[in-house]
Design a protein around this ligand. Structure first.
Ligand SMILES: *Cc1c(COP(=O)(O)O)cnc(C)c1O
Length: 388
């Protein structure tokens, strides 16, 4: 187990590990298969679905960053979630998941439950009565997503893990929004961490990937077996790129957060901005829990546009440094209108229940200069005021 800080682990994993040419940066191994050193002697890597040096280094970086004992890198975040349920749940078992979880997670769990693979219950995890009632049903697995998307709702990880332990449930935290730089769920009692590495971990919006990290070695072994069995593992090239992306994780997360703080201050002065959602704001419902369990507040934020829907469209259309796109966590700033984009499949009733209004906008604050980002928001607000 590495005793280094996250930024150091992110930069150093695999550096100077090449024994053939002493390359400082680990080379990429695209070969699908590896020779057996002698008859009956099984090498560390034999076939890339089950193992590959580049994927191995990425897995090491990720489990060391999260203080786990092993990890399986998958071809996307969704397949990481699918691998987790495939390995640990059966037809009579129940999963409890957040009612406002990532849309693809909702679709995956719901569809597999309808096929009879397992049972699922989606609950409002910020409502203690509803959450306790679900835990009392003795689920096999509990998924947390904190902070959640797009309202950055915060759930108490340590508290949930204590309750889960009493009923023998295993807990996974989808840590995509904060990364181990700002939140370490395994140290708070969780059994697994899941990431869509597509987002902050790779950080450059050019690789789709995922990972499941286990606290216990036994669970990690089971995940590796299942990853190979169902063919969920990531490719060498994607692993190489993602490890390259991880090198700057510490520096990137710091700038994402610094800039988001400046943008939050600016937004609070704007008449066309209504409610603002970010764990750093003292009035945010999860502010105290976030202070306790996170080492940073993260950079994902959303706010309600306080003008007309037409003005909202004018605002979004005139932004030049925030691309209108889904996904998050890349170097480039993005703006998303969840009701017509990421969350459109939910339907009006479910959107209303999750508190996602048509006035809500989500920002993924990138690494452009913060002053330029604020100037861009400002010119778009001015145009949308003039347009009214
Ligand atoms: C994007 C995302 C996923 C799904 O990951 P993919 O890489 O798109 O399959 C899961 N959870 C969260 C929180 C996400 O943001």
């Amino acid at each position: 187990m590495s005793t280094h800080k996250p930024a150091t682990i992110a930069v150093r994993t695999g550096i100077e590990s090449d024994t053939q040419h002493h390359a400082v940066v680990p080379p990429i191994y695209l070969s699908t298969n590896y020779g057996f050193p002698a008859f009956g002697e099984v090498p560390k890597y034999d076939y890339t679905r089950s193992g590959n040096p580049n994927r191995g280094l990425l897995e090491q970086a990720l489990y060391e960053l999260e203080s786990g004992s092993g990890a399986v890198v998958t071809n996307c975040g969704t397949s990481a979630l699918n691998l987790w349920v495939s390995a640990f749940i059966g037809p009579d078992d129940l999963i409890v998941a957040p009612h406002d979880c990532y849309g693809g997670t909702y679709r995956l769990f719901n569809t597999r439950a309808q096929k009879g693979d397992f049972k699922v219950e989606f609950v409002d995890q910020s409502n203690p009565t509803a959450f306790d009632a679900a835990i009392a049903k003795k689920p096999k697995l509990i998924l947390l997503e904190t902070p959640s998307n797009p309202l950055v709702r915060v759930v108490d990880i340590a508290e949930t893990c204590k309750k889960a332990q009493q009923v023998g449930a295993l807990v996974a935290v989808d840590n995509t929004f904060l990364t181990p730089v700002y939140q370490k769920p395994l140290e708070l009692g969780a059994d697994f961490v899941i990431h869509s590495t597509t987002k902050f971990i790779n950080g450059h919006s050019d690789v789709i990937g995922g990972v499941v990290i286990a606290k216990d070695a036994e669970h990690a072994e089971k995940l590796a077996w299942w990853g190979n069995c169902i063919g969920a593992t990531g490719t060498p090239f994607d692993s190489y790129l993602t490890l390259r992306g991880i090198r700057t994780l510490g520096a990137r997360m710091r700038v994402h957060e610094e800039s988001s703080q400046q943008i939050l201050q600016y937004l609070q002065t704007q008449p066309l901005v209504g409610a603002i959602f970010h764990p750093s704001l003292p009035h945010h419902p999860g502010h105290d829990i976030a202070k306790k369990q996170q080492s940073g507040f993260g950079s994902m934020l959303s706010f309600e546009f306080a003008g007309s829907y037409e003005q909202l469209k004018t605002f979004v259309s005139n932004l030049k440094l925030f691309s209108l796109a889904e996904s998050l966590g890349g170097v480039e700033s993005l703006i998303c209108h969840p009701a017509t984009m990421t969350h459109r499949a939910m339907g009006e009733a479910a959107l209303a229940e999750a508190g996602v209004s048509h006035q809500l906008l989500r920002l993924s604050v990138g690494l452009e200069d913060a002053e330029d980002l604020i100037a861009d928001l400002n010119q778009a607000f001015t145009l949308s005021k003039e347009g009214c």
